[in-house]
Design a protein around this ligand. Structure first.
Ligand SMILES: [Zn+2]
Length: 703
């Protein structure tokens, strides 16, 4: 996942430093302006955010009221330079509210989010400013602008229009109110889900209940209990998804049911963290906002600015896959049923999937995990692949301050030996962190501002007991490659304007570099380099490697079905028209899944409505389909590599030069076509997902 905060589209020039000790008031003196986590206090955020808004508004007023006729430099470029205090602070602040929050930060977020929404409105709904942008936009063909500047101008014009710049004053007022409400509800949703996810952890008194879990996982559960001051007990903390990894191991069926129920009931069992009311109000006001802006529903508004263009196109891609996907899931369920003496439910699925893996592929998760220690996966897998493809190297550094002792920092060095970026890794789960995994930046690359990228990855891997290495499942290995793919997109960014840097692409393209990077996890050359036994260092026996590969498409029916269920649910919520009555969240979800024939009882959606953070708070509203949309392109790109000699420096450089370094400086479809020489095809995805047979090695002819 990549986090997006649309409030901050307009960014970044220094005002006079305040005569205070607030570390945000001047650019950080650390390398690449890395945040001064040793100096930042919780009390610094609020004054820096508020002063940041004040200063940017003054800068914007000066631009809007300028006596000179509008030019690209005195209007667009001036906006790109504005708001540096606000950007610097907000980047760190929102990184912390997601990865290392506390009550003080949550309170500031609740207070400041509506103010930030109003701040964005004050900029985008400023008629004098828009008149200047429009004059430049109307004359863009004769302005003598280079391609990136022209694209930025078009981006600004579109941003203004999409933010309501063409509305009447009365409608602008309505829009401001909606934006206020939406921002409050986003924060409320976030806090409730975090609160309920922590509160729904399962506390175990009797170790025997954990039979089936590995010693390392039991030790980690004891450690999680210690962190919560429950010494002598075991805590099964919840991941953000519906399915929980422990369900594959736990032999106690009642505990499996309890764990899945705790997960599925988040946000919908009453009490202070219930989110049902929040989501129906969010769906309603988004539909109203879309209507105000001239769209039939929220999804149409969102997709108008994406590669997919219309909800119909996104629906089409998904509904075309429903039959094949649910059929495969049902076939897998039938295979599992033979091994069980009771009907297989969602709570049993992973457990019996493991059994089938063992019986039919002789593959056992406990056998694999010792070969995936986090250190090796990172050093000899993720870093190694990036080195082979792009020539970059990594050096840990301990002199930069971090916000939590678990965070590690690296220098990223380019092929020519010059520093390229700084990268932070924050991999372990803790109660102060939101669920899932993501990438974002503390500082965006920009030639105009002379900034170089400071990038971070966050995940929720189970923290090992002291002195032990974290052992990953292959899913976790894949996630590590995925988030690092986003990080590469940010680190290789080589653009002029901060608004177009790195991951500032359409959302249905932004998952392409990350999912593309996942492919290298199984590349024989890479896999052999990192999959070594944690104690002996012995390579994974070839027999085991072959088994992993053979079993790869097993359970893809479940994976694709749970994904499609969630993505279709997202689109169902966000294609509601403004005049639809308030929904009942549970009934709506049930009816939507039924309507798309994706209501397989053993395969619940990857996220139920009540804890679907991506769409209610994470910037992926009407956008969860983007993973599948991007997957079509990333699988196509991977097959391009396969047919052009595979994992070579030359291929990596081409991909870096033509895609990864370009950020959002041109239309994504055009960018991809220039790289690959063709339109992406859905065939590679069907083959990779095991929904279609691979053609006999034809793809390698071009070597
Ligand atoms: Zn992602």
């Amino acid at each position: 996942m990549h986090r997006l905060f649309s409030v901050l589209l307009i960014v970044s020039v220094a005002g006079a430093a305040a005569a205070q000790t607030n570390p945000f008031f001047a650019p950080s003196p650390l390398p690449f302006q890395a945040p001064q986590f040793d100096k930042i206090k919780d009390t610094d955020y609020k004054p820096a955010l508020e002063e940041g808004m004040k200063r940017q508004l003054a800068e914007i007023e000066a631009i809007a009221n300028g006596a000179e006729a509008p030019t690209f430099a005195n209007t667009i470029e001036a906006m790109e330079r504005s708001g540096d205090l606000l950007t610097r602070t907000a980047k760190v602040f929102f990184a912390m509210t997601q990865a290392n929050t506390n009550e003080a930060l949550q309170k500031i977020e609740a207070e400041e989010s509506p103010k930030l929404a109003a701040h964005a409105d004050a900029i985008y709904l400023n008629p004098k400013l828009f008149a200047r942008v429009k004059a430049l936009y109307d004359g863009r063909e004769s302005g003598g602008l280079d391609a990136e500047s022209k694209f930025l101008l078009e981006r600004y014009y579109r941003n203004f229009v999409r933010a309501g710049a063409l509305l009447s004053e009365a409608d602008k007022t309505k829009l401001r109110t909606i934006n206020q409400q939406e921002s409050k509800l986003n924060t409320e949703f976030h806090d409730h889900v975090l609160g309920d996810t922590n509160a729904s952890s399962i506390v175990i008194d009797d170790k025997a209940m954990l039979a089936g879990m590995s010693e390392a996982d039991v030790a980690a559960a004891a450690e999680a209990a210690k962190d919560r001051k429950l010494e002598g007990k075991w805590v099964l903390a919840l991941r953000n998804t519906t399915q929980q990894p422990q369900l594959a191991a736990l032999q106690n069926r009642e505990l499996r049911k309890r764990l899945l129920a705790a997960s599925e009931n988040r946000g919908r069992h009453g009490g202070p963290n219930d989110t049902r009311g929040v989501v129906v109000r969010l769906a309603k006001i988004r539909a109203e906002k879309a209507k105000l802006l001239g769209y039939p529903n929220w999804a149409s508004y969102v997709l108008d600015d994406q590669m997919a263009k219309t909800p119909q196109k996104a629906f089409q891609l998904m509904t075309d896959l429903v039959a094949g996907s649910t059929k495969k899931a049902r076939q897998d369920a039938a295979r599992m049923q033979k091994l069980a003496s009771h009907p297989i439910t969602a709570a049993d699925w992973q457990f019996y999937a493991e059994k089938v893996r063992k019986a039919e592929y002789a593959l056992d998760d406990a056998q694999i995990k010792p070969y995936f220690s986090l250190d090796r996966v990172l050093q000899d897998g993720v870093f190694y692949a990036a080195n082979q493809l792009y020539g970059i190297t990594f050096k840990p550094r301990t002199d930069l301050p971090v916000y939590h002792p678990d965070v590690k920092v690296y220098d990223v060095i380019d092929a020519d030996g010059k520093p390229l970026a700084i990268w932070y890794a924050d991999y372990y789960a803790r109660p102060s962190k939101s669920g899932g995994a993501w990438e974002d930046t503390f500082v965006d690359q920009s030639g105009l501002l002379g900034q170089r990228p400071v990038v971070f990855n966050v995940a929720n891997l189970q923290k090992p007991a002291p002195g032990q290495s974290a052992l990953l499942s292959f899913d976790d290995v894949t996630t590590t490659f995925h988030e690092f793919g986003h990080a590469l997109h940010a680190m290789f960014s080589n653009v002029k304007y901060p608004t177009l840097a790195g991951t500032a692409t359409p959302r249905d393209f932004v998952e392409m570099p990350s999912q593309f990077n996942e492919h290298w996890a199984l590349e024989p050359q890479v896999f052999a380099n990192y999959a070594k036994h944690v104690q002996t260092g012995a390579p994974m026996p070839q027999e085991l490697v072959d088994k992993i590969k053979r079993s790869r498409t097993f359970d893809q029916g479940y994976a694709l079905t749970e994904y499609l269920a969630a993505a279709l649910l997202d689109m169902a919520w966000h294609t509601l028209p403004a005049d639809a009555p308030m929904q009942n969240a549970a009934e709506f979800e049930k009816a939507a899944l039924k309507r798309f024939h994706i209501d397989v009882p053993q395969v619940p959606p990857r996220y139920h409505t009540t804890y679907f953070s991506h769409i209610w708070q994470g910037g992926y509203s009407a956008g969860y389909y983007a993973y599948l949309w991007s997957e079509v392109i990333d699988d196509d790109a991977y097959y391009w590599f396969k047919s052009h000699g595979g994992m070579t420096r030359a291929n990596g450089q081409r991909f870096r030069d033509m895609v990864l370094s370009r950020g959002g400086t041109m239309p994504a479809a055009e960018m991809y076509r220039a790289f690959s020489g063709h339109e992406p095809s859905v065939e590679p995805l069907l083959i990779e997902r095991g929904l279609k047979e691979a053609p006999s090695d034809k793809s390698r002819v071009n070597q």
